[in-house]
Design a protein around this ligand. Sequence first.
Ligand SMILES: Cc1cc2nc3c(=O)[nH]c(=O)nc-3n(C[C@H](O)[C@H](O)[C@H](O)COP(=O)(O)OP(=O)(O)OC[C@H]3O[C@@H](n4cnc5c(N)ncnc54)[C@H](O)[C@@H]3O)c2cc1C
Length: 379
Amino acid sequence: MAQRVSRVLIVGGGIGGLSLASALRDRGLAVDLVELQKEWTVYGVGIIQQCNVVRAMADLGLVDRYLDAGFPFEAVGMYAPDGRLLAKIPGQRLAGPQYPANLGISRLALHTVLSGAALEKGTAVRLGTTVERLDQDDAGVDVTFSDGTTGRYDVVVGADGLYSRVRGLLFGPGEDGEYRPRFTGQSVWRHNFPRPPEIDHLAAFTGPDGNAGLCPLSHDLMYLFVTSEEPGNPRMPADQLHTLMRDRMKGFGGLIGALRDRITDPAQVVYKPMEVLMMPAPWYRGRVVLLGDAVHATTPHLGQGAGMAIEDAVVLAELLPQDAPLGDLLARYMERRYERCRFIVDSSIMVGEWEMARRHDVDRIGLVKKMLEVTAQPV
Ligand SMILES: Cc1cc2nc3c(=O)[nH]c(=O)nc-3n(C[C@H](O)[C@H](O)[C@H](O)COP(=O)(O)OP(=O)(O)OC[C@H]3O[C@@H](n4cnc5c(N)ncnc54)[C@H](O)[C@@H]3O)c2cc1C
């Protein structure tokens, strides 16, 4: 009989790590979580959560508080740069007919829901801490933490994001740095605004040079995002972010154009270069396994990065407590996750490449429909 997993360390208290902590605690496993940040917080714009993510939150048993914290909506509207509606793609109520298809939620509200659940279910969280060393044998992993303490675990999960330290400890940089994030050539500019009544769904606008979108976050709030090509990934001066964002929006009319003139405070602009990574198999070595952006970081074009991290957590939490050799369980985790995540990463990168090549002959609406079909499949 295989030795069952009963004690898990999660490195990284972001979206994926917190989802996993909560799900493992529900199954009675002991969970320690270390988070690098001393003050556990997230930046203040929003995040799109589509049908499959609402279903995953139902699997985690968190859907009611999650829906209460955001703005539920049904359809995704695709618009021309001047604001003309091109298509409205209905969402599927994958979590059940009583739940909405999609949710817009502020990152802070999502963090509050996930960290609240993980803590109240008994996850032992240590902030301002990371792992220094991982030494594994057949029966466990000895961990040395950055504060000098040590611990022994059945499994260690690296949920420490795009620049994962756990990934580095396990696999190094790869040949020619292939396990390092790559800048795609584009960036995203984001800003919150009061929500007008007509933004009661995700509204995506294709512009001449990039795309823009409006996502409702609450009764009063929405956020605007705009993508742009930024050759060489220049450092953007913090005190100029408002004028730079306005400049990136000059090809848009309609509501996006009207919002452009209301961007006046650089401190309200959240700027982020797009970086991607798709780790080849395996995503684990021995008793240490990776999830979320640590192994599959995508661009935001299809709004699915956090969704994939949450789904990873659902699958891993279902498998880890099972009575089977750990190697088999981790292989099953990869089988269930790899192709789906690769589809999201590859398709998202492709949309960015279309934008940078100014391709307007492509079927973007068809790709969004395909993404919804693929992600509607069970995890
Ligand atoms: C501009 C932009 C827009 C996006 N929009 C969407 C969207 O609309 N919908 C969507 O689904 N996804 C979106 N995403 C993707 C989404 O944000 C990520 O995929 C998601 O946050 C990944 O979750 P994670 O838990 O893997 O990593 P993270 O959420 O990044 O969490 C990692 C955590 O680990 C911590 N950490 C880092 N290093 C260490 C260490 N050494 N030790 C301990 N802790 C550590 C970090 O502080 C952090 O708390 C977007 C991404 C970007 C860049």
